[in-house]
Write a protein that binds this ligand. Structure first.
Ligand SMILES: Nc1ncnc2c1ncn2[C@@H]1O[C@H](COP(=O)(O)OP(=O)(O)O)[C@@H](O)[C@H]1O
Ligand SMILES: [Mg+2]
Length: 351
């Protein structure tokens, strides 16, 4: 179809459409594929950097305006595809088919890290991404409860553990491997090797996003994680109150020290009880993105207790909508961070 008389003009028009977050045009970014012209309709596929792109409508709208300016073209027919950029450092270090590894951390416990991790993972999967969820909170592994997988042990195949797959997410947790009545105490080197094994000895397959739920604080676990694998970035969970914000501040400082990009701060449990605004203030002060607030809602806790995350159990609730938006914003931030990162494999060479 490249020999259609209007092909070059339509391509040129698409070359004026700027991707709003990467600030380059769709053609330069090699995002336009399979352009064909049938009658007065231009048909093409736009390959995004994430299936969870929050700006599809904006991009399609801008493409429509540009392309229908070509005389003879009246409409466009867009298909969407996604090719999540690969953090080459992940491939270089461990040779795992993981495209991006994201840590979810906080300064203290009980702020909702596991809740955010689980809902973020499921929400990304709902957008069509391939997602893994690693419970790196070895001492209090809460992921199994929150995704409804408290029983059973992972199978082993070819010497590797097979992660459980639930709600479209592949999950592994120390909670699957230990006896809940005999708590496991892991320190320093053992913790380090447990986290490494969760990467190397688990058959993850090809994943767009690996979400790592960390234990609270700035102790051994985030350090081990950052030393074991290159992290694409960290999502810091804070609560609206000042004390928690102070803890979150220390958490941000730690990631900065470890050279882990901060994807942003999410304020959890916003509402009457705790007020709101602390997370946003913190993000502003530290000059990191604010990823929004998740309201304090009983449904969120119930979703965790019953093992069906609120994004699935109550998809129309304000909290579920906030988690869905969070997932899109995190995915967009990953694309931007990857784009700025010289180590990233350019879009046009990944398969
Ligand atoms: N937005 C929210 N609304 C209501 N309850 C929440 C919310 N976020 C978390 N919770 C509840 O708060 C408790 C602590 O959350 P959790 O995710 O386990 O925190 P962390 O992993 O940081 O220790 C859990 O019972 C969880 O269900
Ligand atoms: Mg937790």
């Amino acid at each position: 179809m490249a020999n259609h008389p209007l092909y070059d003009q339509v391509m040129k028009a698409l070359g004026t459409v700027i991707e709003p977050e990467l600030h380059k045009d769709l053609v330069t970014l090699n995002m336009v594929r399979d352009l064909s012209i049938e009658g007065d309709v231009a048909k093409f596929t736009i390959v995004l950097t994430t299936p969870a792109c929050p700006l599809k409508d904006v991009i399609a709208g801008a493409a429509r305006v540009a392309v229908t300016k070509v005389p003879g073209i009246r409409a466009i027919d867009v298909k969407w595809d996604a090719n999540v950029p690969t953090d080459r450092r992940v491939h270089g270090r461990m040779n795992l088919p993981l495209r991006n590894i994201l840590a979810v951390g906080s300064g203290k416990g009980g702020v909702g890290k596991t809740t955010v991790s689980v809902n973020l993972a499921v929400a990304l999967a709902l957008e069509g991404a391939k997602v893994g969820l690693m419970d790196a909170d070895i001492l209090t592994p809460n992921v199994p409860m929150m995704i409804g997988l408290q029983h059973g042990r992972p199978k082993v195949s070819d010497g590797k553990m097979v992660p459980f797959e639930v709600y479209g997410v592949k999950a592994i947790s120390m909670g699957f491997l230990t006896d809940p009545d005999k708590p496991l105490i892991l320190r320093g080197p053992m913790l380090h090797s447990a986290i490494r094994q969760f990467f190397q000895d688990v058959e993850w397959g090809d994943l767009d996003y690996m979400i790592v739920d960390l234990p609270p604080g700035t102790g051994d676990a985030p350090l081990s994680l950052a030393q074991s694998v290159p992290l694409t970035g960290a999502v810091v969970v804070s609560q609206p109150q000042d004390v928690a914000v102070g803890d979150a501040l220390r958490s941000i400082a730690m990631y900065e020290e470890l050279n882990v990009p901060i994807l942003g701060v999410v304020e959890n449990m916003a509402g009457d009880l705790f007020g709101s605004g602390g997370g946003e203030k913190l993000a502003k002060n530290k000059n990191v993105p604010f990823l929004g607030r998740i309201p304090l809602e009983a449904e969120v806790r119930k979703g965790g207790d019953y093992g069906r995350p609120v994004v699935l159990s109550m998809p129309d609730s304000a909290a579920a909508k906030a988690f869905r938006q969070l997932a899109r914003d995190v995915a967009a931030r990953v694309s931007v961070v990857q784009f700025q990162n010289a180590d990233v494999i350019p879009l046009n060479v990944i398969g």
